[in-house]
Design a binder for this molecule. Structure first.
Ligand code: SF4
Length: 228
C-alpha cells in the first residue's frame, strides 16, 4: 500500500468531530481539485510502500477506538477490503473518507462522502489534462447511490463561494433519498482566519436549507499541518 501518513489525532470534520482517532492517509488520487489540501497525495503523490500486514498491525496498535481511512482516494486501494475486515473484527469504528467516484465493498461504520462540485475543477491554465479528466470523473452517480443505499453515510461539500450552494442544491435534487440532516457544508480554507470569515455566511446558508456546517477543527487547533 502506498501510504502518505499514519498518525493519531482528533477527527476535525463531520459527525465524529472531536473524537480521538487513528488516521491512515493513502497517497494517490484519481482527481485533482485545485484546492486540494493534501497535494502530497494528489498533485505530487509521495509516501512509502508498506505491506498490508504492517499497516494493519500499526492501526491495531493504536488505542483509539476510531480509525479514519482517508487520502488521496483510499478506495483506489484494493487492500482496503481486507484491511477494513481486520479492523472491523478487532472492534474499531471505521470511517472512510472518499470523494465517491469508485466503489469497493469495504467494511465501514460511516462512509464520509465528499462529492466534488464544479468549483473543484482545476483551470485549463494549471493543467489541461487534469481539467478534462477531473471534470469527467468527479461525478459518479451510480457510486454515490450504492454507498448511500448500503452504508451509513454523511455528505460533506467543500464550499468556496456563497453561489456554490446552487450546485449543492442541484446535487441534492439528483439524490432525493439523501436527507438534509446527512449533509454538511464545509468551508474551503486552510487558514483559521479565512475559515472563520467563510463560516459566517456558511452558517446562514446552512440554516436556510436545513444543512449542518462542518467545522475544520484540526485547522483551528493546529493550522494546516500534516500529521494532525
Ligand atoms: S479528491 Fe481529495 S485528495 Fe483528491 S484531489 Fe480532491 S481534495 Fe485532493
Amino acid at each position: 500500500m502506498f501510504i502518505s501518513e499514519l498518525f493519531e489525532s482528533i477527527q476535525g470534520e463531520g459527525r465524529y468531530v472531536g473524537v480521538p482517532s487513528v488516521f491512515l492517509r493513502t497517497s494517490g488520487c484519481n482527481l485533482r481539485c485545485w484546492f486540494c489540501d493534501t497535494p502530497e497525495t494528489s498533485w505530487e503523490p509521495r509516501g512509502q510502500h508498506m505491506p498490508l500486514e504492517d499497516v494493519t498491525a500499526k492501526l491495531l496498535e493504536s488505542e483509539c477506538d476510531h480509525a479514519v481511512l482517508t487520502g488521496g482516494e483510499p478506495l483506489l486501494v484494493s487492500e482496503m477490503v481486507p484491511l477494513t475486515e481486520s479492523l472491523s473484527q478487532a472492534g474499531k469504528v471505521i470511517t472512510i473518507e472518499t470523494a465517491g467516484t469508485v466503489f469497493l465493498p469495504v467494511q465501514a461504520d460511516l462512509i464520509s462522502l465528499s462529492p466534488k462540485l464544479a468549483n473543484s475543477t482545476p483551470s485549463l491554465e494549471r493543467s489541461e489534462r487534469w481539467h478534462y479528466r477531473h471534470e469527467e470523473l468527479r461525478h459518479q452517480p451510480d457510486v454515490i447511490q450504492q454507498f448511500v443505499q448500503e452504508y451509513d453515510y454523511q455528505i460533506k461539500f467543500v464550499v468556496d463561494r456563497p453561489e456554490d450552494i446552487n450546485d449543492v442544491l442541484r446535487w441534492c435534487d439528483e439524490f432525493p433519498t439523501v436527507t438534509p440532516d446527512h449533509v454538511y457544508l464545509m468551508a474551503q480554507a486552510i487558514e483559521a482566519d479565512v475559515l472563520q470569515t467563510k463560516n459566517a455566511w456558511l452558517n446562514e446558508l446552512a440554516e436556510t436549507h436545513g444543512f449542518q456546517v462542518s467545522p475544520r477543527l484540526h485547522i483551528e487547533l493546529f493550522g494546516h499541518t500534516p500529521g494532525t
